[in-house]
Design a protein around this ligand. Structure first.
Ligand code: BTN
Length: 248
């Protein structure tokens, strides 16, 4: 069984926990290490976006080495299971319903509270994955920064402040559970759990990929975490990457 968070590096400020985690892999920091910072000065989002990371949020990266068992497209399950882990952690800790939005956001009442940036790198011929998690906890996102208007934070939803460190410990513990299922080749259980939390399935969505925009109804996910869309002409289309907007 792989334990996560046995080594936790806490920093007041860093450019990006994901970037530092990648450097630490080269410095032989092993699987399961967690890097958490109070502030990121150059937080990174998906698709080269900036991720605003002021004090009060939970900004962390976890180093994974999925090895032989999680190969090829199954790597696509990692960001989805991370979303499930965060959603469970928020629901347990803050007693508010958090759901997952394909591919890897966590939402409360339809607003994004957490983003996930999973980056795969090869070092010394071995594959490593850095999973970056950003949760808006006590930072107010509706009042400024460059957050999208559809974002929220836990404090804005609950009207109170939460202990960021306690939330982090639950997130890491939940992720450890899902990661070990994945390593035991039980990705079907992981995806089943994601489906139970999904805010996307059953909705009409618009997917924007680097090359096209696709509108359809989200009908499910395949064994690699790709979205199965039913198009307006009745055909099915599988989408591996893209930005997803719920149209209803
Ligand atoms: C997204 O665009 O939705 C993904 C955002 C991921 C942000 C987290 S914060 C911790 C880690 N370090 C980074 O630079 N990014 C990720």
């Amino acid at each position: 069984m792989t334990e996560l968070g046995k080594i936790t590096i806490r920093l007041e400020e860093v450019d990006s926990t994901n970037e530092l985690a990648k450097e630490y892999i080269a410095d032989s920091l092993g699987e399961g290490a967690v890097i958490v910072a109070e502030v990121q000065t150059q937080g990174k989002g998906r698709l080269d976006r900036v991720w605003e990371s002021p004090k009060g949020g939970l900004w962390l990266s976890i180093i994974l080495k999925p090895g032989e068992t999680v190969i090829g497209d199954k790597m696509g399950v990692i960001p989805l299971m991370t979303g499930s882990a965060v959603a469970h952690a928020i629901s347990t800790f803050a007693e508010i319903e958090a759901r997952v939005k394909w591919p890897n956001d966590v939402v409360i009442n339809g607003r994004k509270v957490c983003g996930i940036l999973s980056q795969s790198i090869v070092h010394d011929d071995e594959r490593w994955v850095v999973v970056g998690i950003g949760v808006n906890v006590n930072n107010k996102v509706r009042e400024g920064y460059e957050f999208s208007p559809v974002s929220t934070s836990l404090t804005e939803e609950l009207g109170e402040e939460l202990d960021v460190d306690s939330l982090m410990k639950i997130v890491v513990c939940e992720l450890e559970h899902f990661y070990n299922l994945l390593k035991e080749d039980k990705s079907d259980e992981v995806l089943e759990d994601w489906l139970g939390l999904s805010d996307t399935i059953g909705k009409k969505v618009k997917i924007t990929t680097p090359t096209e925009e696709i509108v359809g109804v989200a009908r499910g996910i395949d064994e690699n975490g790709a979205l199965i869309l039913e198009l307006e002409n009745g055909d099915s289309q599988i989408v591996n990457v893209g930005d997803c907007r719920h149209l209803e």
